[in-house]
Design a protein around this ligand. Structure first.
Ligand code: HDE
Length: 753
C-alpha cells in the first residue's frame, strides 16, 4: 500500500487530504459554483441550511426577474411571529387557565398553528407522484435555427430551467428503484414564455389514444380492494390489461428491459415521445422528436440491486441527484432532435409519426444536438418547488406546435385540469416555481389563491376604458400563431387509422437490438412479473403476446413459469435492429460514481488516503467502509470511517476497493477492529464476504490492494477473472476506471456477450 501512496502522491492537490465525514457539509462550506468537480462529498444528514432561506429567487441566474415579489419573501426578521407578523414569546405551551387547567379558546397562536398544520398536505399527483427535481440552465447551440424560430433554441442563448424526474405508479413515499417508466419533465423559462417538455425515459407509450389513460393507470395502480402492491407492475391487473390491450406491448417490453430500473436519474435518456411540429422564421414546418442524451451514458441497476435498494435506501435516486449537484458534479444532457419532412401523411420510412407506440430508429434519422442542459442547483424547499411545479404539454412557445397525435390531444386537456384539484384552483401559474420569466398581461382574474393585485377596470377585449390595453401581438412581435396546417376531412368516427394496428413489429425491433445479457435481463423480468400473477389465464395470454415478439423470448419465459410456450398468432415482423438502443458495449465518463473502500485498523492509512484522493481526482465519490465507525490510523495519517459493515450494503457502490495488508489473512477487515483486544475471529467477518460476493454477483469491479488475495480466496472469487484485480495502488486505480467506464463487468453475467 506504501507503493500506492507514492505513485498517487503526485495527484494530490490543494492543502492536503480532504476531511471526511459529516463535518464536510456543515454551513460555511462554499457552494459549488462551476460544473468542475470541487469535491464530491458523502451525503450529509441532517442537511446544512441553505444559504437562502428567504423564499423564491427574485431574479433568475441570467438576471431576469422571476416574477417573485421581493417584498413578499417567505421569511424575514429574526423573531418568530404569527402569520400576521405579531412577535411571539413561546411556541411550546398552549395558553391555559393555570398550568394544570383547561386550554383557552382565545389562544390564537395555538389555533393558527394547528389549523395550518392540518392543511399542509395537498393531493399527490395522480401519476408521477414520487419525484425529485433540480434547477439548471439550458445553453442552446443555435443550430436549430433552420427549423424553429423559438428563440431559446434558435439563438445561442442560456435559458433557466427546472427539471423533475419521477416514477409513474408509486405514491409520494414509494421507493425510487422500482421497475417503472421514469418521468423527465423540463420547464424552460424562455423570454417568450414557458415551454414545458413533459417526457419520459422511454420513447414510446402504452396507449395510442388519451381516452385509454385512466384504463392503463387503473390497471397499473394497486388493487382497489387491498391497495397492494405499491409502485409495482408485477400484479394481475397490470398484466391483465397489457395482455388484452396489445398496443401496450412495445412500452411494456421497454419496462421489462434495463430501462425500467435506471442506475441514476443522471444516467437516463429522456424523450418527448410525441412528434411535435417546428416552424421557422420563414414559416416552413418540420416534424420533430425530442431526445435528451445524458453525458454520463445510459446505465441501469440489475434487478436484485433495485430490490435490495428499495429496502436499504428507498431514496436512492433522490439522494444520488441531490448529492451529485451539491458536490458540484452537475449532471448534463444534450438536447437532440430527429427531424422529418412535414408531409401530408406524416409518415417517415413507413413509420407513422402520429403513433406514440413507435420510435424512429436513430440509424434512420440521426439525433442532431441543439443544446446542453446542466442541472446546477438543488431546490431550496421541496414542497414549494418540486411538489408545486405544474408541467403542461400545452405550454408551448412560438416556433413549437403540437401535432394531431391523439395521445397528445388528451394531454392538452389533462395537465391543466389536474392542477385544479392538486394545486387548488386556476391561479397555479402565479406560484413562484410556475411563474414565467416573460411579462404577463392576461385578462384572467380572481379565483382561489389570487395573489396578484390587478390594475385597470377593463379585463376584457375590446375595451376603450383601459385604452384598449393589452394589445394583440402579431407574427413580427412574437405572437404564438398556430400553424395553419391542412386538416384531413372525413366523417366523425371513434376509430384509429389502420397504421395504428401494428403492435408487434417495433417490440421485435427492440428485442433484436438487445445484447445477449440485456435479453437475459428481459427474460428474467417477464418471468418475475408474470410469476407474481395469480391468474393462470393472464400468464397464458401474456405468453401469447411474447410469442408475437420472439419465440425465444416466449419459450424462455414459459419455461420459467412452467407453462407451454404458445405459437405466434401473427407473422414475425422482418425488422432491422437498431444498435443505438443497446446500453452495452460503449464507455462513458465516471463523474459521481460511488466507490467503497473497505479497510481495517491494521492497514496503512497513508495508502487508503492515496486511493481516496485518486478517486476524488477522477470526479468520483469515495466512501470508507470498516468494521466500526470512528477514525482509523494514527497521527496525521488518519481516515474517518463513513460506513460500517452494519450500515453498508454493496448496492450503494459502483465498485469496491479492498485495501489490504501484505501477508495478512482474510480476517484483516474483520470484527476484531470493533473491539480492541478481542480475540481474532476465526474467519473473516461475514458482512465483508457479503459485500464482496454481492458486488461480484452484480457485475461490479473488485480491486484488491496489497494483499487482499486472502479475502477474495475466502469468498471463492478467483483473482484474474474479468473485473477481479489484485495489484498495487496506481495500477489498481487505472483498472478500476477502465472497468467502470463500461459500467459493469458484463462478462460475469451468464449470457455470453
Ligand atoms: Fe402524463 N400526466 N399523461 N404522460 N405525465 C401527469 O399531470 C396524462 C403521458 C408525464 O413531474 C399528470 O401534473 C394523460 C405521456 C410526466 O410534475 C396528469 C396522458 C408522457 C408527468 C397526466 C399522459 C407523460 C406526468 C399528473 C395520456 C410522456 C409528471 C400530475 C394522454 C411523454 C410531471 C400532473 C411532473 C404527469 C396526464 C401520458 C409524462 C394527470 C391524460 C405519453 C413526466 O395530468
Amino acid at each position: 500500500v506504501k507503493a500506492v501512496t507514492d505513485k498517487i502522491a503526485g495527484a494530490l492537490h490543494g492543502d492536503g487530504a480532504p476531511s471526511d465525514g459529516p463535518e464536510d457539509g456543515v454551513p460555511g462550506k462554499p457552494a459549488p459554483v462551476s460544473p468542475q468537480v470541487v469535491e464530491p462529498t458523502e451525503p450529509v444528514e441532517p442537511l446544512p441550511p441553505k444559504a437562502d432561506q428567504s423564499g423564491p429567487e427574485t431574479v433568475s441566474p441570467t438576471g431576469q426577474p422571476t416574477g417573485a415579489d421581493p417584498a413578499r419573501v417567505a421569511q424575514s426578521g429574526a423573531y418568530l411571529t404569527t402569520a400576521q407578523g405579531v412577535r411571539l414569546p413561546d411556541t411550546d405551551h398552549s395558553l391555559k387557565a393555570g398550568s394544570r387547567g383547561p386550554v383557552l379558546l382565545q389562544d390564537h397562536h395555538l389555533r393558527e398553528k394547528l389549523m395550518h398544520f392540518d392543511h399542509e398536505r395537498i393531493p399527490e399527483r395522480v401519476v408521477h407522484a414520487r419525484g425529485s427535481a433540480a434547477h439548471g440552465v439550458f445553453q442552446s447551440y443555435g443550430t436549430a435555427q433552420t427549423v424553429t424560430k423559438a428563440a431559446f433554441l434558435a439563438r445561442d442563448t442560456e435559458t433557466p430551467v427546472f427539471v423533475r424526474f419521477s416514477t409513474v405508479l408509486g405514491s409520494r413515499g414509494s421507493a425510487d428503484t422500482v421497475r417503472d417508466t421514469r418521468g423527465f419533465a423540463t420547464k424552460f423559462y424562455t423570454e417568450e414564455g414557458v415551454f414545458d417538455l413533459v417526457g419520459n425515459n422511454i420513447p414510446v407509450f402504452f396507449i395510442q389514444d388519451a381516452i385509454k389513460f385512466p384504463d392503463i393507470i387503473h390497471a397499473g395502480k394497486p388493487h382497489p380492494d387491498r391497495e397492494i402492491p405499491q409502485a409495482q407492475s408485477a400484479h394481475d391487473t397490470f398484466w391483465d390489461f397489457v395482455s388484452l390491450h396489445t398496443e401496450a406491448t412495445h412500452h411494456t417490453l421497454w419496462n421489462m428491459s434495463d430501462r425500467g430500473i435506471p442506475r441514476s436519474y443522471r444516467m437516463m435518456e429522456g424523450f418527448g415521445v410525441h412528434t411535435f411540429r417546428l416552424v421557422n422564421a420563414q414559416g416552413t414546418t418540420t416534424l420533430v422528436k425530442f431526445h435528451w442524451k445524458p453525458k454520463l451514458g445510459v446505465h441501469s441497476l440489475v434487478w436484485e440491486e433495485a430490490q435490495i435498494l428499495a429496502g436499504v435506501d428507498p431514496d436512492f435516486h433522490r439522494r444520488d441527484l441531490f448529492d451529485a449537484i451539491e458536490s458540484g458534479a452537475f449532471p448534463q444532457w444534450e438536447l437532440g432532435i430527429q427531424t422529418f419532412p412535414d408531409t401530408d401523411d406524416q409518415m417517415f420510412e413507413g413509420i407513422d409519426l402520429l403513433d406514440p407506440t413507435k420510435i424512429v430508429p436513430e440509424e434512420l434519422a440521426p439525433v442532431k444536438p441543439v443544446g446542453l442542459l446542466t442541472l446546477n442547483a438543488n431546490p431550496s424547499n421541496f414542497f414549494a418547488e418540486v411538489e408545486q411545479v405544474a408541467f403542461h404539454t400545452g405550454h408551448l412557445v412560438p416556433g413549437i406546435d403540437a401535432t394531431d397525435d391523439p395521445l397528445l390531444a388528451g394531454r392538452m386537456f389533462s395537465y391543466l385540469d389536474t392542477q385544479l384539484t392538486r394545486l387548488g384552483g386556476p391561479n397555479f401559474p402565479q406560484i413562484p416555481i410556475n411563474r414565467t420569466h416573460a411579462p404577463v398581461n392576461d385578462m384572467l382574474r380572481d379565483g382561489f389563491h389570487q395573489t396578484a393585485v390587478h390594475r385597470g377596470v377593463a379585463p376584457y377585449k375590446p375595451n376603450s376604458l383601459d385604452g384598449g390595453c393589452p394589445f394583440f401581438a402579431g407574427a413580427d412581435t412574437g405572437a404564438f400563431i398556430e400553424v395553419p396546417v391542412e386538416v384531413p376531412a372525413g366523417r366523425k368516427v371513434r376509430e384509429a387509422p389502420a397504421s395504428f394496428a401494428d403492435h408487434f413489429s417495433q417490440a421485435r425491433l427492440f428485442w433484436l437490438s438487445m445484447s445477449p445479457v440485456e435479453r437475459e435481463h428481459i427474460i428474467a423480468a417477464y418471468t418475475f412479473e408474470l410469476a407474481k400473477c395469480y391468474e393462470q389465464a393472464i400468464k397464458e395470454r401474456a405468453l401469447g403476446v411474447l410469442a408475437n415478439i420472439d419465440p425465444e423470448l416466449c419459450s424462455q419465459v414459459a419455461a420459467g413459469l412452467g407453462l407451454p410456450a404458445p405459437a405466434a398468432t401473427e407473422p414475425l415482423a422482418d425488422v432491422r435492429p437498431s444498435p443505438a438502443l443497446s446500453q452495452v458495449g460503449r464507455t462513458w465518463p465516471l463523474h459521481g460514481r460511488v466507490i467503497g473502500i473497505v479497510t481495517g485498523q491494521a492497514m496503512d492509512m497513508v495508502g487508503v488516503n492515496g486511493v481516496r484522493q485518486a478517486i476524488l481526482d477522477a470526479g468520483m465519490v469515495p466512501l470508507v467502509v470498516a468494521a466500526a465507525g470512528g477514525v482509523l490510523g494514527t497521527g496525521s495519517d488518519t481516515v474517518t470511517v463513513q460506513r460500517t459493515f452494519a450500515t453498508a450494503r454493496s448496492v450503494e457502490f459502483d465498485a469496491l476497493v479492498f485495501a489490504g495488508v501484505p501477508g495478512a489473512g482474510a480476517d484483516a477487515y474483520g470484527a476484531r477492529d470493533a473491539k480492541a483486544g478481542a480475540p481474532r475471529p476465526p474467519v473473516s467477518d461475514p458482512r465483508v464476504l457479503a459485500l464482496l460476493t454481492e458486488a461480484y454477483q452484480h457485475g461490479k469491479a473488485l480491486i484488491g490492494l496489497g494483499g487482499a488475495e486472502a479475502l477474495f480466496e475466502a469468498a471463492g472469487i478467483s483473482v484474474g477473472e474479468p473485473g477481479v484485480v489484485v495489484t498495487d495502488g496506481a495500477q489498481g486505480m487505472r483498472q478500476l476506471m477502465e472497468l467502470l467506464a463500461a459500467h459493469r463487468v458484463w462478462e460475469r453475467f451468464p449470457a455470453a456477450m
